[in-house]
Design a binder for this molecule. Structure first.
Ligand code: GLC
Length: 462
């Protein structure tokens, strides 16, 4: 009995010592150097907050999402009818770029090659590319030019996985996973790696300054050094020193992005189809840049039957929420076969743009605020400017307790008019109150002028 007790006590002492040691663990100088370099690279990105993801390719023809080849277990031969039919002579990325601009987006990421292996760029290393169907065309070149012309930053998505390359093995969700004759002993992994590295080199060499490289994705053993990631990153950075890389050269469970060890494999985390509960940090609690990627309906690639479009309100809310947690939103569009962005999707983006036109100041350059999330909405902050995003209609006014002496001015962001403020309100006299309402008298309830999100700009004293 006594020895059991003693053992228990010793174990708990050991546990306490261990936890203290762990909580005091300091990052090494080398770690911090890498981290700081990455923070410097991502400076513009963390200010931009809002980007357009574009999933465009052969899969727009069947119109059942970009995974159609895998979902329907199609061989390369079976997929060929779609490849042959992909002749988008009316492809005009300038229309995408002006829509992105109108929506208030600051950058874009387009699929140069998705998992099906078909390239939208003029690669020397394959004939499986757009110029096979439209001689002389290079859709990546046309895309980067169109987006740059609108003053937007340009990013490229490149799939690490390739369902077309003969040396890419039958692993993971390969379309041939149930085909017993499709064996791996004929595959030469080094050949594939060589192909993949060479194509990325082309993308890093032939299109001028590329701002983001979005690699997708790692799974099981297919991660990190299996892709020769260090060599790959060294090559990428030697050609594009300022480029920002996502984190998918390593496998991240569910892409949930919490307490990540920043391994230098990428500059930002990529939670998919969800917003992290709290701002993403590394194991030492340093903030990590992150970007939620989100579809506007429920598919990345064009899908005939998917008409579940998110509302402008949902999108603005998502954008405000990610900003309030120090993250970005990469919002997807899946153009139709000829390259047109579906009309309902355009309509949502345009409405988001109306809100952004009046309120972008509360998004760009903003991040997590010094105040916790209020019940009536969100806070974002940029230095002395605190933005109250009043999203939920609420009785009376909002109270920012303890701020009475700290506020210089409160205005409505969309029209610059002064909001009403007071430290006392009938029935609520305790000290430290700072009530804000849209107009006088302070104790009435008014309809919020912007049903989506009415933003109040609170300028703080030094
Ligand atoms: C996943 C999917 C892919 C999509 C991507 C976007 O990795 O495989 O189809 O492009 O997520 O984040």
């Amino acid at each position: 009995m006594i020895s059991m007790l003693k053992l228990k006590t010793e174990l708990s002492v050991l546990f306490i010592i261990l936890s203290v040691a762990l909580s005091q663990a300091q990052p090494s100088t080398a770690y911090m150097e890498k981290y700081n370099a990455s923070m410097k690279r991502t400076e513009w990105f963390r200010k931009a907050r809002f980007g357009m993801f574009i999933h465009y390719g052969v899969y727009a023809i069947p119109g059942r999402g970009e995974w159609v080849q895998s979902n329907e277990r199609m061989s390369v031969e079976e997929y060929r009818k779609y490849v042959d039919a992909f002749v988008p002579s009316s492809y005009k990325p300038a229309a995408w770029a002006s829509l992105a601009k109108e929506a208030g987006m600051q950058y874009a990421v387009m699929t140069a090659k998705h998992h099906d292996g078909f390239c939208l760029f003029d690669s020397k290393h394959t004939d499986y590319k757009i110029s096979r169907n439209l001689p002389g065309r290079d859709f990546v070149k046309e895309y980067v030019e169109a987006f740059r012309a609108q003053g937007l930053k340009v990013g490229l998505y490149y799939s690490l996985i390739d369902w077309h390359h003969p040396d890419y093995p039958n692993v993971g969700n390969h379309p041939m996973r149930e085909n017993k004759d499709w064996k791996n002993d004929k595959r030469n992994w080094d050949n594939y790696l060589n192909y993949m590295h060479s194509q990325i080199k082309e993308l890093m060499t032939n299109y001028g300054k590329i701002d983001i490289l979005w690699l997708d994705y790692s799974f099981d053993d297919y991660q990190g050094e299996k892709w020769k990631a260090k060599e790959l990153i060294a090559m990428i950075r030697s050609l594009q020193p300022d480029i920002i890389l996502n984190n998918r050269l390593v496998f991240n469970e569910g892409n949930s992005a919490q307490k990540r060890k920043f391994e230098g494999y990428g500059d930002f985390e990529t939670p998919e189809m969800g917003i992290p509960e709290v701002p993403v940090v590394d194991i030492y609690d340093n903030p990590l840049p992150w970007e939620t990627c989100l579809t506007l309906n429920n598919n990345w690639g064009f899908s005939f039957n998917d008409n579940e479009w998110k509302s402008p309100e949902t999108i603005v809310n998502a954008l405000v929420e990610v900003t309030s947690k120090g993250g970005n939103l990469l919002l997807n569009v899946g153009p139709e076969p000829q390259g047109t962005i579906p009309a309902p999707c355009q309509a949502v983006l345009k409405e988001v743009g109306v809100w952004m036109k009046a309120n972008h100041e509360s998004i760009y350059g903003c991040g997590k605020a010094e105040l916790e999330k209020p019940v009536w909405g969100y806070f974002t902050q940029n230095g002395k400017a605190l933005y109250a995003h009043w999203t939920n209609p609420k009785i009376g006014n909002i109270n920012i307790k303890g701020y009475a002496d700290r506020v210089e001015s409160v205005t409505m962001l969309h029209d610059g008019k002064r909001a009403a403020t007071a430290t006392k309100w009938w029935g609520n006299e305790d000290a430290g109150n700072f009530f804000i309402n849209l107009k006088e008298p302070i104790h009435f309830t008014y309809a919020l002028p912007d049903k989506i999100d009415t933003v109040l700009k609170i300028v703080l004293k030094k």
